[in-house]
Design a protein around this ligand. Structure first.
Ligand SMILES: [Zn+2]
Length: 114
């Protein structure tokens, strides 16, 4: 998928290959409450996308595959993916929210913490 994205779009969105990370019982907190809007799709529902605002920077904490406590502070593309996946865990994925070409946006409501 990344190879199919034009280099200019990859740079604009900060797309990159991310390492596989496991978070059991994940908890997310917002580190930077500013948002950026990009067109976002979901592999669960092909053919649909929407402009979705996401926080710039988040922290995720949980247990890894060895049941060790782990924390990851990240921003940009990785932060967007975390928020997208946390929305799925929260039961508010794109299907439930009717994201499609005409319904343009949904906003993740996670508390911003200093
Ligand atoms: Zn998804």
């Amino acid at each position: 998928m990344l190879e199919e994205t034009p280099p200019s779009l990859r740079e604009t969105r900060g797309l990159s290959v991310l390492p596989l990370k496991v978070f059991v019982n994940p908890q997310m907190r917002v580190l930077d409450g500013r948002t950026v809007v990009f067109q976002e799709a979901c592999e669960s529902i092909t053919g649909f996308s929407a402009a979705v605002p996401r926080y710039l920077s988040v922290e995720i904490a949980g247990l890894n595959e060895k049941a060790e406590s782990v924390t990851w502070q990240t921003s940009g593309w990785a932060a967007r993916i975390i928020q997208h996946e946390m929305d799925h865990l929260d039961g508010t994925g794109p299907a439930q929210n009717g994201i499609g070409p005409r319904e343009n946006s949904r906003f993740s409501r996670w508390p911003v913490q200093p």
